[in-house]
Design a protein around this ligand. Structure first.
Ligand code: PLP
Length: 398
């Protein structure tokens, strides 16, 4: 057996709080989708990939991967949230419809005056906020935690944002930005909530429902296991809420995937209350390097998840190689570190203790994963996929 590169915690999904699903009801999801569809020239649905040979290799019925690596040409799903939140903020402020074209009118700028949108990011969310601000004609400020990759900084600067890399970890950078925003009058578009700051994070979470809806529209069979990776948990919560609202004949099992160095959901589920992880949160999965759960997401995730898997970096690295080198005629998926964690889990499922049986995965299972990012730092991608950096104890014959 392999050493502990993956750890599983079981949660008891009570499914007792239906109120937390309401913002993701089909009528709400439809509104969000209509807004994204109004982004002419920018919005296209991303592909749902089916990996038939990989499913046969693993001994399950089907494996599907919603592939976000081409979303808005920004290489991650994140701008779905930032764009919907900024649009909702502007529409509310100007009492105008949630329509992308109408939000670009000069009258909107005149009504809202000089505003600057601000956020903290590990890379992808800030890129989405800066991009949305730019295409709607507003300035943006983006803070990033210490150790942020230069490529990620450059990608955000290219969208016209003023970028500041702090000496703090992600969660402390969020707090610093909130304080500076108050002093400077910036509008904070943050993908996590705190007391008295919930409306915008909820819009961001709702924004992600377009990704889930596109996947459910295309999947030809009901999923039995839905895997979603978590940083602060906003994306995974949106996935669970939209799927739960579908009321499939049999509820699928929801599984949270996390970076071990920032496994706040794993620890919170183990203890039954939100628990944070402090320190540098040092992982290659930059998008998952968040040590504090979004309380809005926790409400959904604690109520609906069946399991959480805490994964070391070698799981993500294996996932990048596994999805990038498909079996037979399966489609190739280019996944960056945070996107690839599910691919690594597939590679280790029946090699690692009793993971497959513990999670009830068998020949009838239909697994749904989300590749949430492409090769956002191409050098890191090549070092891992070609250079064999961060090897994983994977043996095909186990
Ligand atoms: C590529 C990628 N995947 C997953 C996540 C996790 O999303 P959340 O922070 O909403 O849990 C992020 C967050 O930035 C990300 O960039």
């Amino acid at each position: 057996m392999l050493s502990l590169t993956l750890e599983l915690v079981k949660n008891n999904p009570k499914r007792s709080n239906a109120d937390c699903l309401k913002p993701f009801a089909p009528s709400e999801v439809k509104k969000v989708r209509a807004f994204h569809e109004s982004m002419w020239g920018y919005y296209h649905a991303t592909p749902l990939r089916e990996l038939k040979n990989l499913a046969a290799w693993l001994g399950v019925k089907s494996i599907f991967v919603k592939d976000e690596s081409s979303r808005f040409n920004l290489q991650s799903f994140k701008a779905l949230g930032g764009s919907f939140a900024i649009a909702s903020y502007l529409a509310k402020k100007c009492a105008c419809p949630l329509d992308f074209d109408k939000l670009t009118y000069e009258s909107v700028q005149e009504k809202v005056g000089n505003i600057t949108f601000a956020t903290t990011t590990d890379g992808n969310h800030g890129r989405g906020v800066a991009w949305t601000a730019r295409i709607l004609g507003f300035p943006s400020v983006v803070y990033m935690p210490k150790g942020s990759a230069q490529e990620r900084v450059d990608n955000i600067r290219r969208e016209g944002a003023a970028v500041k890399v702090t000496e703090l970890n992600y969660d402390d950078t969020v707090r610093l930005l909130a304080k500076d925003a108050q002093q400077n009058g910036w509008v904070v578009i943050q993908d996590t909530a705190w007391p008295e700051y919930e409306e915008i994070p909820l819009w961001i979470m709702q924004g992600y429902s377009t990704m889930v809806e596109e996947a459910l529209e295309k999947i030809p069979i009901a999923p039995t296991h839905v895997f979603a990776q978590a940083g602060v948990g906003s994306m995974a919560a949106a996935v669970q809420a939209v799927v739960a609202n579908r009321h499939y004949r049999k509820d699928p099992a929801f599984i949270i995937l996390e970076a071990a160095e920032a496994n706040c959901f794993y620890r919170s589920m183990s203890q039954g209350v939100p628990v944070s992880v402090k320190g540098d949160l040092n992982t290659i999965m930059a998008g998952l390097a968040c040590g504090e759960v979004n309380p809005l997401a926790w409400e959904i995730i604690s109520n609906y998840s069946a399991f959480c898997l805490s994964c070391h970096d070698d799981v993500a690295a294996l996932g990048m190689r596994l999805w990038g080198n498909p079996l037979g005629d399966d489609p190739k998926i280019t996944a960056g570190e945070s996107g690839a964690i599910g691919g690594g889990v597939i590679g280790l499922l029946d090699k690692y203790h009793n993971l497959k049986t513990d999670m009830g995965i068998n020949k009838d299972s239909v697994l749904l994963f989300f590749n949430t990012e492409g090769d956002t730092v191409p050098k890191n991608y090549l070092d891992i996929v070609w250079g064999g950096k961060i090897p994983c104890d994977f043996r095909s014959d186990v």
